[in-house]
Design a protein around this ligand. Sequence first.
Ligand SMILES: [Zn+2]
Length: 151
Amino acid sequence: MITAHLTETEIQLYVAEPEAISRQLVTHLEDCALCRAKVANYVSLFKQIQEAPKPTFDFDLTALVLEQLPAPKMAFPWAAILISVLATALVAVSAVFFWSGIVVLIKGVSGVLLAVAATGAVVIVGFQAIELLKQHQKQMDTLLAQKTLQL
Ligand SMILES: [Zn+2]
């Protein structure tokens, strides 16, 4: 039998998880009135804490917090639209202005050179599409991994 009394931590552990302390400490508890009294006090204390009413606010916390948050802006993408219109206009004006030059250039270029240029453009677009798909898949994997961690 242990002659020293249990520490406060050991008594709290015994009350919370009786199987977590050693057999020697349990034997001491069975024979020691002082430690049993402390156990009874902690049992009563833990029971009162569990039964205590949960603290509640007497005001609507959600409404107060929402009042503090800035309202979401429903911004219309004016800048993107303006830039798109200007770029389209620039391409259209250039095509109209240089149309005769473009026609002469296309007629002057041999068919083989045109086929090589078209093949190169198709290959580049293909590689960009593959890269875009890989990037999308990587982002989806990252998002799904984060979602799994939160659950
Ligand atoms: Zn004791």
